[in-house]
Design a protein. Sequence first.
Length: 240
Amino acid sequence: MKRLTTLLVSDAKNTFRDDIMLIITIVPIFLSLLVRFGEPFLRSALEPYIDLRLHHGAIMAVLTSMTPMMYGWIIGFLLLDDRDEHTLSAIAVTPFSKRGYLLYRTLLIFLLSCVLSLVLIPLTDLSGLVFPRFIPVAVMAALEAPLFALALAAFSGNKVEGMAVAKFMGIMGMLPLLPFYIESPLVYIAGITPFFWVGKSVLLMEGPAGAYILSIAAGYLIHAAYLALFLRIFNRRVED
C-alpha cells in the first residue's frame, strides 16, 4: 500500500508540473461542461437550419472516447519516461515487479476513465442516453485508456515521436462518428479498430437488445485483442 501511495503522489506531481499534461487532465471535464451549458444556445441558434438533437448520439460517442484517450496520453508519456530512464528495468528486480507496476498504471487510468465517463456523460444532458445500457459502453471505452498508453509507449522512440503517435491516435479517435453518418455495410471495415465499436454501441443504445449486445461483445473482443498485442510489443521494446 505504501508503494502505491508513493507512486500516486509521484504521478500527480509529474502531471501537475507539466502544463500540457495538466491541460489534458481537465479537457474532458471542460468539454462536458461546455456541451452541458453551450449546447442549448447552439441548438437554438441552428434550429432554422439543423436539428442538433439528431447529432446528440455522435457527440456522446466522441466525448465517451475522448476521456480515456486523454488520460491514456498522460500515462503513455509517463511510461515513455520510465522506459527511457530505465525505471522499468529497475522496478523489475523489486518485489513490486514490472508487471505490478504496469498493472497499477493501466488499472488506474482504466478506473479513472470509467468513473469520469459515468459522471461526465450524464452531466452533458444529451438526449438518447440510456444509462443502464451506457454503463457497458463506458467500461468498453475506458479500455482505450491503457490501449492508448501502451500504443504510445510501444511505438515511440522518444517524446517527439510520442507526440506524432498521439496525434495519429487522436485522429483514429474520431472513428466512433462513422456509424452515425455512413449507412453502407462497408462501414464495418472500420470495425477492425476498437474505436468504431464505441460509436456503434452508443448508436444502438436505443435499438434492439440483440444488436446492442452483439456490438458490445464485438467491442470487448477487439479491445482485448489490441491490448494484448500492444502489451506484447511494449514488453519486447522494454527488454531490447
